[in-house]
Write a protein that binds this ligand. Structure first.
Ligand code: ZN
Length: 261
């Protein structure tokens, strides 16, 4: 296919985050399935990732990579079954797995017997740069979270976008994630220190600092769910003058939408 026809899409398998939203499945979980010009990457395969992937016609045997931002269960619990699916039960040595070092050792969430199944396993580090086919990504800064955690800047031949995963807000955070499209994990509606997560006011502050063309909010905890993420996104949009939307379970986002803004 000519490059002009290639698309970059993100399917939000689930938009729920943290224990209560996940335990009751008030929102689905399972991470995001990115199809970046045919390079298929699953990020943060939380609970139900396999089932939701199949439901949304994403084929785990076609995966090129699985990326884990950190090992908390709401991000990682399906990683083993997805590695097995990606490698067809270990019979086909294929695909890559990227995760922080503590996902492999010291309370590993990736089972030792599966660690040899993919074609490559790479450890995420602060300032690291990685590639899957013609898709490149970096992990610019270590986040402030209970376990080793990174966010991402992805670059495809067509688009560049950043994803700020779980973290407490800190001074230079926005500087690391400048992009036309920013995806932000927003756990709570109000600032709830000392929780190591972003709240809606934190997200608004980041959006003001980064000034992307567009921001997508996801990974909602109970207080965000109760107050309706799409209404919260609308308010941040009105306040900042920047297009902000809330991801919905199963939403397929085409990055060409950012080009049109
Ligand atoms: Zn977490």
């Amino acid at each position: 296919m000519p490059v002009a026809e290639l698309k970059d899409t993100i399917t939000f398998l689930g938009t729920g985050g943290a224990r209560f939203t996940i335990a009751k499945q008030l929102l689905a979980s399972g991470g995001a399935w990115m199809n970046l010009g045919g390079v298929q990457i699953l990020m943060d395969p939380g609970p139900g990732s396999l089932v939701y992937a199949i439901k949304h016609s994403c084929d785990p045997t076609k995966l090129n990579a699985i990326i884990l931002s950190h090992k908390h269960l709401d991000h990682s619990v399906d990683i083993n079954v997805m590695i097995e699916a990606m490698t067809e039960g270990g019979w086909k040595k294929r695909g890559s797995v990227f995760a922080p070092s503590d996902a492999f050792n010291n309370g590993a969430v990736i089972l030792p017997y599966l660690q040899g199944f993919p074609q490559s396993v790479e450890i995420l580090e602060e300032g690291g740069g990685y590639a899957v086919g013609d898709v490149e990504f970096t992990t610019p800064v270590k986040h402030i979270h209970q376990v080793e955690t990174y966010g991402f800047i992805f670059r495809t031949p067509r688009h560049r976008f950043s994803w700020i995963t779980d973290t407490r807000i800190f001074d230079s955070l926005a500087d690391h994630y400048k992009a036309d499209l920013v995806i932000i994990n927003v756990l709570s509606f109000e600032k709830r220190l000392p929780v190591d997560h972003l709240s809606l006011p934190d997200a608004e502050e980041l959006i003001r600092q980064i000034r992307p063309k567009m921001a997508i909010l996801t990974h909602f905890g109970l207080t965000m769910w109760r107050t309706h993420p799409w209404e919260a996104a609308h308010k941040v949009s009105d306040d900042t003058g920047i297009k902000v939307v809330a991801a919905r379970d199963g939403m397929v986002f085409d990055l060409a939408e950012v080009d049109r803004i």
